[in-house]
Design a protein around this ligand. Structure first.
Ligand code: LLP
Length: 428
């Protein structure tokens, strides 16, 4: 998987042994590869080059400011969904004009922050939100650019919690409601509706689902243009897949092959909001085995990482490939769980948190593990640390970025004092 590789039985991140990082920074530990991050960003850029899109990295998937800074340096804009994410994107040196602000529930305060910062595009999801935005803009003497997020009525076939393209989801506006808003705000001195926004789910493994929803957006734009309401921006969102198991995700070029022909020659400003496809395989979560036990029914490997570091298995039953950092001659062949090496034990890899749903991997064939062994949880760079919590009063882990042969600490491990910082010095 990218620049995380087994050489001589050890897991390396670029030119650094992961074992050394765990020894230096402790576990649980997030380790990122800057080279992998850049490679995935460039693949997206090259695949869609013909459209010269603005690529807005989705901050929600991996929001460490040092990682955002690397992406800004590569030319990325940012997709943000909160005042906090806007703050991070700006701290990372993001160009406000290349920031898009999405989300169904922007507050007045967040709208003011976005307008004061000069955010390039606000993706609006309801008539109520648009009216509030116009009021805030009038108050500040601004005329922000907006896109309306539409419901294309495409079921992207994702987990129920991450599907967003149908009327049963809270996101977006039915096509006719969006059309009505474009008409009624055409002369607004306070908001300039420039386009439409789509995001149908995450991860979406079928490029045709994008084609279908973009087709619906283009139909609507065509109808509005005939009425004299021209729109020039189409934000097609994120959701591009990543390899969790093997080589299951379409490549950036496969998505582009389905999407680019639809948008060729239309002179639209195209925006992409990839997150996972750039960051997921640029990060691993490193954890240490604390104990093992047998219950007669199952064999458990209890590690020091849990759902507080990586909630995806608990929340979506998500699969993450897990393997010892020191694998000896049991190096996974071609990363395919379908071809496991010999001499494995079937175990559940679980964390210390007091929930039965606290697992990282279930019924997995792994080399025998003993207390003290290090285990890597792969494809953890997206929606890993960004979704980490302090549940069970567990300080959040450290993050390290490996770049050009050197490892830099990009977030220190939290302390117990960090756990109570916002409660201290109060006298209620
Ligand atoms: N744009 C919008 C409007 C989004 O809502 C999202 C993700 C993205 C872009 C980025 O999607 P990506 O390219 O990363 O797939 N926590 C879940 C994923 C939730 C995605 C939410 N929205 C997970 O761990 O799978």
């Amino acid at each position: 998987m990218d620049l995380f590789e087994y050489l001589d039985g050890h897991l390396w991140c670029e030119a650094v042994p992961v074992r050394d990082l765990a020894a230096r920074h402790g576990t649980p530990l997030y380790v990122y590869s800057a080279g992998t991050l850049a490679a995935h960003y460039r693949r997206m850029q090259q695949a869609f080059a013909e459209l010269q899109p603005l690529i807005c990295f989705s901050v929600k998937c991996c929001s460490n400011v040092h990682i955002l800074r690397r992406l800004a340096a590569l030319g990325a804009g940012f997709d943000v969904v909160s005042g906090g994410e806007l703050y991070r994107a700006l701290r990372a040196g993001g160009d406000p004009a290349h920031i898009v602000f999405a989300g169904v529930g922007k507050t007045v305060g967040e709208m003011r922050e976005a307008l004061r910062a000069g955010v390039g595009l606000l993706n609006v999801e309801s008539a109520s939100e648009l009216a509030t935005l116009a009021t805030v803009a009038a108050e500040l003497g601004a005329r922000p650019e907006a896109a309306l997020r539409i419901i294309p009525e495409v079921d992207a076939g994702t987990h129920a919690y991450t599907t967003t393209g149908t009327r049963a989801s809270k996101f977006g506006l039915p096509l006719e409601q969006a059309a009505e808003l474009v008409r009624s705000y055409a002369d607004s001195p306070h908001v300039h509706i420039r386009g439409l926004h789509l995001h149908i789910g995450s991860p979406v493994y079928d490029p045709q689902a994008y084609a279908l929803s973009i087709g619906r957006a283009l139909d609507l734009m065509g109808r509005l243009a005939q009425e004299g309401f021209a729109l020039d921006t189409l934000d097609i969102g994120g959701g591009y897949g990543a390899h969790y198991q093997g080589q299951e995700a379409p490549a950036a070029a496969d998505y582009a092959a389905a999407i680019v022909p639809l948008l060729r020659g239309r002179h639209l400003r195209v925006i992409l909001e990839p997150g996972r496809s750039i960051a997921a395989n640029a990060g691993v979560l490193v954890t240490r085995v604390l104990h093992t036990k047998e219950t007669g029914s199952r064999r458990f490997v209890i590690v020091d990482a849990s759902m507080t570091e990586l909630i995806r298995p608990a929340l979506y039953s998500a699969y993450h490939f897990v393997w010892p950092v020191e694998a000896g001659d049991r190096v996974p062949r071609g990363w395919s769980p379908a071809q496991p090496p010999d001499g494995l034990e079937t175990v559940d890899v679980v964390g210390p948190v007091c929930e039965s749903g606290d697992f990282l991997a279930r019924q997995r064939a792994l080399p025998p593990l003993r207390p003290g062994d290090l285990v890597a949880v792969f494809t953890a760079g997206a929606y890993g640390m960004a979704m980490a919590s302090q549940y069970n009063s567990r300080p959040r882990p450290a993050e390290v970025l490996v770049e050009q042969g050197a490892a830099r600490l990009i977030r220190r491990r939290e302390t117990y004092a960090d756990l109570v910082r916002a409660e201290d010095d109060l006298d209620p």
